[in-house]
Design a protein around this ligand. Structure first.
Ligand code: CTP
Ligand code: CA
Length: 224
């Protein structure tokens, strides 16, 4: 597309990106997932490559082709994504958590659940927070999160930036008429500890470029 520009803003940097939904099995034939398409994470991988980065893409199940130059690690569950990301994080300069990771996961039944039991109760356990774990490494990579919100976007995004000790967070509205999950376009409100910037509704490929430029600028500003 005309919007894609090559640059050297991320030249020589290793960038780790997690993308897509996770899939939490209930039994051998059923799972719990969410509406994430993976488009934003894949657009970030593509844009980072165009800006000179060496990209590792940890991806949940999506209907997208990964950029040919990315190193692709495919996972299914939140636990698998946690293990894959934590195994890679300390060798990367930048981590961008763009995946829609399940917050809760069932203990999968070994055999197909049968309906003759009648009403059923689902027991869910909390998954580990990948983003918070990466940001807690010593030293952490430059860690960028996303925040998917249906209300109180600024308050919740700033809460996540602080609580998870992130370098930056990109917040977006989800479950509304336009943008967000499973769309080609999105708008982002980006926050860092000392400022913020709005990136207006546009194609995810252009938005990815804009977000990565902002990340590159702050990465070089905060390096010791
Ligand atoms: N995230 C993560 N590991 C999890 C859950 C979320 O790494 N187990 C990351 C997402 O990839 C995203 C960020 O945390 O970058 C925020 O995700 P979001 O769902 O908006 O926030 P949560 O912290 O999970 O809180 P809540 O869902 O309650 O809003
Ligand atoms: Ca969540």
């Amino acid at each position: 597309p005309a919007s894609v520009q090559a640059s050297s803003e991320l030249a020589g940097l290793k960038v780790l990106i997690s993308a897509g939904p996770t899939r939490e099995p209930l039994d051998p034939v059923r799972y719990i997932t969410n509406r994430s398409s993976g488009k934003m994470g894949y657009a970030l991988a593509e844009a980072a490559i165009n800006m000179g980065a060496d990209v590792t893409l940890v991806s949940g199940p999506v209907q997208l082709a990964a950029p040919a130059q990315a190193r692709l690690i495919q996972v299914e569950t939140a636990a698998q994504m946690y293990a894959a990301v934590l195994a890679e994080a300390d060798s990367h300069a930048i981590y961008i958590g763009a995946a829609a990771v399940a917050d809760y996961s069932p203990v999968p039944a070994p055999e197909k659940l049968k309906k003759h039991a009648g009403a059923s109760t689902l027991v869910l356990h909390k998954t580990q927070d990948i983003l918070a774990a990466v940001a807690a490494l010593t030293p952490p990579p430059f860690t960028v999160g996303f925040a998917a919100e249906t209300e109180n976007l600024t308050e919740y995004a700033l809460g996540k930036l602080q609580d998870k000790k992130l370098a930056m967070i990109a917040a977006n509205w989800v479950g509304k008429a336009e943008g967000g999950f499973d769309r080609d376009q999105n708008a982002l409100q980006v926050f860092w500890p000392t400022g913020q910037k709005a990136l207006a509704m546009t194609d995810k490929s252009l938005l990815a470029q804009q977000l990565l430029s902002l990340i590159a600028e702050h990465f070089y500003n905060t390096m010791p």
